[in-house]
Ligand binder design. Structure first.
Ligand SMILES: *Cc1c(COP(=O)(O)O)cnc(C)c1O
Length: 444
């Protein structure tokens, strides 16, 4: 716990549960030798009784971002006023894109920050389909984020060119069989759109082999990196990926609604057209010509003025990830996942209704772990708003019966995972979930 001691309400829980398994001691040893433990102190953490396992939805606030936000507001906006554009703001989208490119295996001029993930997906899906107008099939999987499905449905409707969307189902409810994608690929497929790491079960594709099979069929692929970037290594260029999008408020810790990014492989940029012709994407925004002409580079995918305040605070968070190193982050994520899954297996022996819903193979997983249980909604509420325990474990519920635990190595400790496990054990043991409604309201 980075030096903070918290105890479970039931001091005997440790001994009782730890009889066969020394989970608590293991957590202490693992935290003690954790190479990344210094990073926890670089985040604003005000309550040690709140165990935050939701960094896969909204990352914690880095202290450096808090400081920078103050500076951008009072010094830049407050004092530089319009002059701020020439000092730092105008080039910020591209500068941060160049920085992020190092994390996702791209070249500096292939990545730019803009808009939201959904809007970026819209722009790239349109661009990809326009490049290949004779092919009419689009492939997506049942695990992709609903917004990704909606965006593709909207693009299809807009182009009214009789595209057909093919949804690859999951056979086991946890993974997608790459063979099923391969079987669906033929010479009518224009575009494949997949999440590298799926938001529900944390299933992670083999980006290289899937991209290869898509290319072998003459189609293009858009990878959604939202649940992957900052959590697992990504090598877009190494995999010859065509297009990618992603958000920066999950594992990149950019803050609520922070600006998203997009990637277009350099050789595809000249023929890729954005459907949103705005001045920031034009060749010469400050010439004020009345006829649109796209910028030659990745800037063509900008539309309007970027949200400088929120964009600015993405940078300290990115810097922290580079300093820690994505390989070390990935290694800790795998270590924490194994530790957590071992405890879940132990729980499963006692509570058969609780099942692991993430892939067993670490190479097929991102950095969140999903379980399922018939009372998943009640369990999630008991974790977040306990009636008796003094420990709140922030997780989330996803339909139909999933509970997700986001492991974010920069600030998640093994001790926290142990506490989450003891709460889960208590909730199942005492059937605490029966005290809560079956449906959850609002954002979870
Ligand atoms: C989080 C997430 C999004 C979010 O899209 P926004 O437009 O930023 O709200 C989209 N796709 C995937 C796969 C995600 O995980």
């Amino acid at each position: 716990m980075g030096g903070t001691n918290i105890t479970c309400r039931n001091p005997n829980a440790d001994r009782r549960i730890g009889m066969e398994n020394n989970f608590s001691a293991e957590a202490k040893v693992a935290d003690g030798s954790d190479q990344l433990k210094a990073y926890r102190k670089k985040f604003l953490i005000t309550d040690a009784h709140v165990i935050y396992l939701n960094g896969n939805s909204l990352g914690r606030l880095p202290l450096a971002s808090k400081e920078l936000a103050q500076k951008v507001i009072s010094e830049e906006w407050g004092q530089q006023l319009i002059g701020g554009w020439n000092k730092r703001w105008y080039k910020l989208s591209a500068k941060l894109g160049a920085k992020l490119s190092l994390l996702i295996g791209a070249k500096a001029h292939e990545v730019i920050f803009a808009d939201s993930t959904s809007v970026n997906l819209f722009k790239l899906a349109y661009a990809a389909l326009q490049c290949n107008p004779l092919r009419k099939k689009i492939i997506i999987d049942a695990f992709n984020f609903p917004s990704d499905h909606y965006i593709l449905q909207g693009v299809v409707q807009m182009l009214s060119a009789n595209h057909e969307i093919i949804i690859i189902p999951s056979v086991d409810g946890v993974t997608i069989n790459e063979k099923d994608i391969e079987n669906a690929l033929d010479n009518e497929v224009a575009l494949v759109c997949l999440s590298y790491v799926g938001y529900q079960t944390s299933f992670k594709y083999n980006m290289r082999s899937v991209t290869q099979m898509v290319h072998a069929a003459g189609a293009k692929i858009i990878w959604d990196l939202s649940h992957a970037a900052g959590a697992v290594p990504v090598d877009l260029n190494g995999c010859q990926a065509d297009y990618a999008v992603g958000c920066s408020y999950k594992y990149l810790n950019g803050g609520p609604g922070s600006t998203a990014y997009l990637y277009v492989r350099e050789d595809l940029i000249p023929d890729s057209k954005t459907p949103v012709w705005g001045w920031f994407g034009s060749a010469k925004p400050f010439d004020f010509d009345l006829q649109y002409e796209p910028s030659e580079g990745i800037q063509r995918f900008l539309a309007g003025t970027p949200p400088v305040l929120s964009l600015s605070v993405v940078e300290p968070a990115l810097d922290m990830i580079f300093e820690a190193g994505i390989d070390r982050i990935d290694a800790k994520s795998k270590g924490q996942s194994e530790y957590f899954i071992t405890m879940l297996r132990f729980l499963h022996q006692k509570f058969r209704d609780l099942e692991l819903s993430s892939p067993k193979n670490p190479a097929q997983r991102g950095s969140h772990i999903t379980i399922r249980h018939p009372h998943a909604a009640g369990i999630t509420q008991a974790m977040i708003n306990p009636l008796k325990s003094n420990v709140s474990v922030i997780t989330d519920f996803r339909k139909p019966n999933f509970i997700r635990f986001g492991l974010t190595p920069l600030y998640t400790s093994y001790q926290e995972l142990y506490m989450a496990y003891t709460r889960l054990h208590e909730i199942l043991d005492k059937k605490e979930y029966l005290n809560y409604p079956e449906r959850i309201q609002g954002v979870t």
